[in-house]
Design a protein around this ligand. Structure first.
Ligand SMILES: Nc1ncnc2c1ncn2[C@@H]1O[C@H](COP(=O)(O)OP(=O)(O)OP(=O)(O)O)[C@@H](O)[C@H]1O
Ligand SMILES: [Mg+2]
Length: 371
């Protein structure tokens, strides 16, 4: 069923003309996909590969037309290369960038002093927990901190920050949620979390870009980005559209997780993003009753791996009930239990990360070589 807003969105698209052909983009069959949800709109425009670079003004015009539709909170349009582009006699041009790439578009988040990605090659190792505690610890140092949830398919911030508040808009811009001294944004604040997302890949990247370009972040000293697991489109989009200051890689100590950490490090290295260091999470288990320490996964693997790769080892976090319960209850341990060993470990990591991230560019550490 097409909602009223979706009908209005499609009507607005029907009024946009491709200057190249003079036809409107709907009847010309250029609309690859439309997603409308809770006022967020993503549109995919399929263009012949050889015209992709010339299409940027059209893309911008589509976004402007969508934003003018009453009820639209934010909108993004992405260009995708046409699947069956006929062989063209035109001189070869550079192909369009990967999904969501905008030839010639300006870098996003230019008001942020340092954007830091918290990443890993593997799921469930504690990226979100690390990102939230790192962000809060940075804010406790008196810095102006943003926290962006780049995980569109599995956003964690509403739960980990303990709020499902809906952002408001002001002058056509989305105002980030303020929580624990941070400005935060997640797709989970924008759309209903119960309904699974059925967006196509390029539109997912559009939603990620919306959270950077259409959110009123204001001037920030640092932004922590909670990355989804793996080395896919989000990592590519972030490295192409944002001047990332560096990446913090999270790993658990087991060999399998370290393999994925290595893959994550290699990926950032390929796109010229300095790796600020490695954090070992769930390093050892601390029994809440007797304080006995069990090295379930063979503690220390990440430190050894960091040495091997020439990456700084930033610190280790034990597997504790307190971290699990507090982070899943929306109260980061650095804030809820500041006197614990874990909180101190996060603060030390935050100090070191800030030291490296605020140093003049090019001094964040040696570029590493991964074999
Ligand atoms: N040091 C820790 N001690 C205890 N529990 C932890 C610790 N770190 C993370 N957890 C718990 O492990 C689970 C996974 O953590 P988290 O969501 O941060 O991982 P992730 O790497 O972001 O996962 P995903 O790849 O799904 O995004 C959560 O329930 C979290 O509370
Ligand atoms: Mg996560």
């Amino acid at each position: 069923m097409v909602s009223g807003l979706e009908a209005a969105v499609r009507a607005a698209l029907g009024r946009v003309r491709d200057p190249g052909t003079g036809r409107d983009i709907v009847s010309a069959g250029m609309i690859g996909g439309v997603a409308v949800r809770d006022g967020m709109v993503q549109v995919e425009i399929a263009v012949p590969r050889e015209r992709a670079r010339a299409m940027e003004p059209l893309r911008a015009a589509v976004e402007a037309a969508l934003r003018a539709v009453p009820g639209v909170l934010s909108a993004s349009a992405v260009l995708t290369a046409h699947r069956e582009a006929p062989p063209s006699p035109a001189p070869a041009q550079a192909p369009p960038q990967a999904h969501g790439g905008r030839p010639g578009a300006a870098m996003l988040l230019q008001e942020v002093g340092a954007v830091i990605a918290v990443a890993s090659g593997k799921g469930g190792v504690g990226k979100s927990t690390t990102a939230v505690n790192l962000a809060v610890a940075l804010a406790q140092k008196g810095l102006r901190v943003g926290l962006l949830d780049a995980d569109i398919y599995g956003p964690s911030l509403p739960q980990m920050l303990g709020t499902t508040e809906k952002p408001r808009t002001a002058e056509g811009r989305i105002v980030p949620i303020e929580r624990w001294g941070l400005k935060a944004m997640s797709i989970g604040f924008l759309v209903d979390q119960e309904t699974p997302m059925v967006w196509r890949g390029p539109m997912v990247m559009g939603a990620l870009e919306q959270m950077m370009s259409q959110v009123e972040w204001g001037a920030l000293d640092v932004m922590v980005v909670d990355m989804p697991p793996g080395t896919g489109d989000t990592q590519l989009t972030m490295s192409q559209r944002v001047a990332l200051r560096g990446a913090v890689i999270v790993s658990t100590p087991q060999d399998v997780a370290l393999l994925d950490a290595r893959r994550g490090i290699r990926m950032f290295e390929k796109v010229n993003v300095p790796v600020l260091g490695l954090v070992e999470n769930m390093s050892y288990f601390c029994c809440p009753n007797c304080n006995h320490r069990s090295e379930i996964f063979g503690h220390g693997g990440a430190r050894a791996e960091a040495v091997r790769l020439g990456v700084e080892f930033l610190g280790e976090l034990p597997l504790t009930l307190a971290v699990r319960e507090l982070s899943d209850a929306g109260r980061p341990v650095v804030l809820a239990a500041p006197d614990t060993h874990e909180a101190a470990a996060y603060r030390a990591i935050a100090d070191r990360v800030w030291e490296k991230a605020s140093a003049p560019v090019g001094t964040a550490g040696p570029r590493i070589v991964v074999d």
